[in-house]
Write a protein that binds this ligand. Sequence first.
Ligand code: B12
Length: 501
Amino acid sequence: MKKIVLVQPNCGKYDLYILDMPLGLLYLSRLLIAAGYEVVIVDQRILREKTSEILTKLLLDSSVAPLWVGFTVMTGEPITHALALSKLIKKISSTTPVVWGGIHPTILPEVTLANPAIDYLIKGPGERAALLLSKCLQEGGDLKQIPGLSYKQDEQMVHLPRDEEVSEQELPMVPYHLVDHSKYFRVGFEKKLFSIMTSRHCPHQCTFCYNSSLMQKKPWIPDSLEYTFRHIDFILENYSPEYLSFIDDDFLVDKKRARAIFQYLIDKKLPMKIGLRGVRITDLYRLDDEFLDLMAKANTVHLNIGVESGSEKILNLIKKGSNPSMIFEVNRRLAKWPNFIPLYNFFSGIPAETIEDIRLSTQMILRLVKENPYCQISGHHQYTPYPGNLLFEEAVERGFPVPSTLEGWGKLHFEDNAKNCPWIDKKRKKILDMIYFSVYFVDGKYDTYFAKNNWSLRLLKPAVSGYKSIAKLRLKYLFYHFPLELYAKDLFYWYLYDRKD
Ligand code: B12
């Protein structure tokens, strides 16, 4: 039977701290495997510089040359890596079809397919489409029958409407065995970390999120409880993880359903810890103590919460549905359960934001860590206009230079995108760069994550503790002069990441 190679490209500096399982590729493989195709997943974040060599070997293997090579691609740096590897494939074997899927090709099919290294792309859910495409490429057939497919014909592009979401119950179990799960980690988390998804999409309409885009706008689709329990059991029985990370966009939409899942986990009586990647302040606000108790009993540790801003004006503008007093109240309540580690995410730099709004965010950060010693600030990122959502249109009106090529989209970095936003002047950019760095030092992150299992980082502990007070002062006064630590950071990343590229 034919072989299909699926590639997870590098994501960026993120890969030094977080390597999540490539669920997009694993989900995609289900029907392919059931139909008898051999699927090989190549994860560049793990293989690093060996990736090109391995792809070359796979392409030149004359006994089973791949039927096609697929890439899963998010906007930003993953594009650069996926494109370089796609070009390599075309160079070695110009007849092997290169197929892109995932969020970026879904939202911007035209500019993606315009690149000569890409033959096909699939928009939206890929399971059925990938199987139909494989059959067409192997046996011939009508490409027009493949939902979500975009392809080139007579120098024109054809874009077919995307597939409906497939019900999980109708699909085979995710073939997790295709990856070596011991390689996936989050710095400072339990070693045997496993990702699981139990629902798709989100019922809310935050204007900066892909869920507000016309391409993605879908109702929230939960897996049935029966299927979710079967899915959890399958993972527990085969992989016995020490940590289960629920990557759902919004895990607490349906309180009754979430309660049943927590109760199921409690009944299992396992030491395994739980992390929730998508939790909203508005959901937590309506939970009573009894529910939070249940979550704690289920060993829930990390709650990844998009706070976004400390300014009520900005929260209203981005349609978050929360407000600062709600945020403070939720934080104080969560502090009553020492095993909860709320991870708060912020971002800054949308056109309507003033210095005063930024100050409200940094003041909020300082107050959150003061009122809850267990909470951590995951990051204060720089607003990156990801295409397709409502806020993107506004950024374009305000002069955001929309990249016209795939290479251009690959140059967007959420760490320092302020430089691409014409409404952000030099001084504000310096402030945002400083905040981006300082927030990593205002909480217990260094001790609990970075220095936990690393003796060389433990040696730096006195310096890091000393810097904590400076970081807090920087945030309090938005003091951005003498940015010596930023030079040190650049050197650190150059040594660990850029040097190797
Ligand atoms: C896990 C995750 C990550 C992981 C890495 C993901 C990975 N593959 O390893 C990490 C933590 C590194 C990460 C980082 C970031 N992420 Co992220 N992440 C996610 C998350 C929560 C889940 C992805 C996932 O596994 N989904 C489950 C699978 C089953 O769904 P899927 O990927 O869509 O796959 C289906 C289809 O798309 C298609 N498909 C997918 N790949 C392919 C390939 C082929 C060939 C084909 C045919 C089809 C196909 O078929 C699949 C099955 O139906 C999504 C949100 C979400 N719910 O998707 C955000 C999301 C992808 N992330 C997002 C963002 C913005 C980021 C960050 C910038 C956030 C930040 N500030 O931290 C960084 C950026 C990293 C970078 N340098 O670019 C945005 C992407 C927006 C965009 N336009 O790209 C999303 C959509 C979240 C959001 N709400 O906006 N992320």
